[in-house]
Design a protein around this ligand. Structure first.
Ligand code: ADP
Length: 299
């Protein structure tokens, strides 16, 4: 069973700008999936189309087999999107807001699930607090609960940890991993690529409306060729080695080598030049680096 099927998605905005250029991919039921891309890549456009908020110009999206246009209600019932911005009615208490949202989905008795969500999100003590009196972090927790009131099999998190404190990040990930192990499909967009690397089994990367990568996280990390070595020197890097420097802040250099065998040559060269290595680290490949190589931008 596929949780999300995106088939030849094209979105051209009214001003003629094409934000999605024939994007196709699927997310299997039960996956923990990352949708990454620099600003302007088309992630929000794609998520809006998944949620039935924005229509594609052509192509189709199915959520748990339900077409987002032809079976929009069934598709909406299958999906919970945790949006980026904080938007909700400031006159309700937390519990009222969640009951109201349940009613929107036609669910009458939902208190058991609401209590469970409040517990996992550390909101139990705030259940009767008016939402306008909550801190930003607490409001975000309510947004997460709101997106999940109907226990959607597919959950999309749009930048869930942007500007969020460490404690909430931690409880959010613990909760998402639990939901995932209970069988929910999770799709995540984030600028914190270490979060994607840590949690997501598979990654799609978008760049200017096109899919530039779609693979297991491990395969993507393995695809990154070469070795990065960080050296702390007691002098400047000799010019002859300058071509290998990927980063420098004066005395610390990150060299990008084709292969480990080059390392011996570098060390011999430094010794000959009379420059001592004070510290050396081999840097592990991370998703950030793969992302930069594929998109030409920082996350
Ligand atoms: P992301 O979420 O990856 O940052 P978006 O989907 O928000 O990307 O935007 C993709 C591109 O579409 C951007 O270049 C953005 O300026 C453009 N865009 C978004 N909304 C509109 C709109 N309503 N009209 C015209 N262009 C838009």
């Amino acid at each position: 069973m596929q949780a999300i099927e995106i088939d030849s998605a094209v979105k051209t905005y009214a001003n003629g700008f094409c934000a999605l250029k024939n994007v196709s991919f699927t997310v299997g039921a039960g996956e923990f999936f990352a949708l990454l891309g620099p600003n302007g890549a088309g992630k929000t456009t794609l998520i809006s189309a998944m949620a039935g908020l924005g229509r594609l110009t052509s192509g189709s999206i199915r959520i748990m087999g339900h077409d987002t246009v032809r079976a929009s209600r069934a598709a909406r019932m299958s999906l919970g999107v945790v949006p980026q911005e904080l938007v909700f009615d400031p006159f309700f208490t937390v519990r009222e807001a969640l009951r109201f949202q349940s009613g929107y989905f036609g669910i009458r008795k939902n208190d058991e699930w609401i209590d469970e969500m409040l517990h996992h999100l550390g909101l139990t003590e705030k259940a009767d607090t008016n939402t306008r009196n909550l801190s930003g972090g607490m409001k975000r927790r309510v947004m997460v609960a709101q997106a999940l009131v109907h226990r959607p099999p597919v959950i999309v998190l749009d930048e869930p940890t942007a500007g969020v404190d460490v404690e909430l990040r931690h409880s959010l990930w613990t909760f998402m991993r639990k939901l995932n192990s209970d069988g929910h499909t999770i799709v995540l967009t984030t600028h914190y690529l270490e979060e994607a690397q840590e949690n997501c089994g598979r990654v799609a990367m978008l760049k200017r409306g096109e899919l530039v990568a779609l693979d297991n996280t491990e395969n993507l990390l393995r695809s990154e060729k070469g070795v990065r070595v960080e050296l702390l020197l007691d002098g400047a890097l000799p010019e002859a080695l300058g071509g290998k420097a990927a980063f420098s802040d004066g005395l610390r250099y990150v060299l990008k080598l084709e292969h480990y065998s080059e390392l011996a040559d570098v060390l011999i060269f430094l010794k000959t030049a009379g420059i001592a290595v004070q510290q050396m680290n081999v840097l592990e490949t991370d998703l950030e680096q793969v992302f930069v190589n594929l998109t030409g931008e920082a996350a």
